[in-house]
Design a protein around this ligand. Structure first.
Ligand code: ADP
Ligand code: MG
Ligand code: MG
Length: 199
């Protein structure tokens, strides 16, 4: 079973991964965006870990809704409202249970990913975070490790695509040949589940 501590560890591991990979995320965003994806997420996830320590939410749902709200209020770029919505809607779908099983989490995360697609209007293949998140949720029934692999493959598969959403879409065909920054950070977020589970 997954309790509030598991979800807190998830957010802590995500924040550490974003710190570790911030330069790479910003370099990817400098190729097809405005070179701020790493710093956007560093600021956002640092604020998430701080508020989780301060407020100590006691249920999985409360941890994720608080984290999501914090991302929305601290990250100005497109990724803030999108990741914020992902976590907030996933948290809402978990309700008030003290513990959830992996299947309940998979169902809830699907709700969150659907909300990201509704908010941003992106579908798989548009070269966005959705290209990592959808395969991850599809694989989550086979475990966190399978979801991580699927997300990483989804992120790598954005390289030959032309962006149809977000800033990168302004480049048209020039967006081809670069990995999408948001799909890359989504793979980090999903990989952080494996780390949270190992601890
Ligand atoms: P900004 O583009 O506003 O500077 P970021 O650099 O933090 O924001 O995030 C860029 C990432 O956000 C992109 O690489 C892409 O994955 C994701 N993104 C942008 N627009 C959308 C959208 N409409 N739907 C889904 N993801 C999107
Ligand atoms: Mg950017
Ligand atoms: Mg920006």
């Amino acid at each position: 079973m997954l309790d509030a501590d598991f979800f807190r560890r998830w957010m802590t591991a995500a924040a550490a991964a974003v710190d570790r990979e911030a330069e790479r995320l910003t370099a990817l965003d400098s190729a097809i965006g405005d070179a701020d994806h790493g710093s956007n997420l560093q600021r956002g996830f640092a604020a998430v870990t701080a508020v989780l320590e301060k407020d100590a939410p006691q249920t999985p749902g409360a941890v994720l809704t608080l984290a999501g709200r914090q991302l929305i209020s601290t990250v100005g770029g497109a990724s803030g409202p999108l990741y914020g919505t992902l976590l907030r809607r996933t948290g809402k779908a978990l309700g008030e249970a003290a513990e959830v099983d992996e299947e309940q989490f998979a169902v809830a995360l699907r709700t969150g990913v659907d909300a990201v697609m509704a908010l941003g209007g992106a579908a798989p293949g548009d070269k966005t975070m959705v290209d990592a998140l959808v395969p991850a949720v599809d694989a989550l029934g086979e475990g966190f490790g399978a979801a991580r692999t699927a997300a990483e493959q989804g992120a790598e598969a954005t390289v030959p695509l032309q962006a149809r959403k977000g800033r990168a879409s302004y480049l048209g065909e020039r967006s081809i040949g670069h990995q999408d920054p948001g799909a890359t950070s989504s793979a980090l977020l999903i990989a952080a589940l494996v780390e949270a589970d190992d601890e």
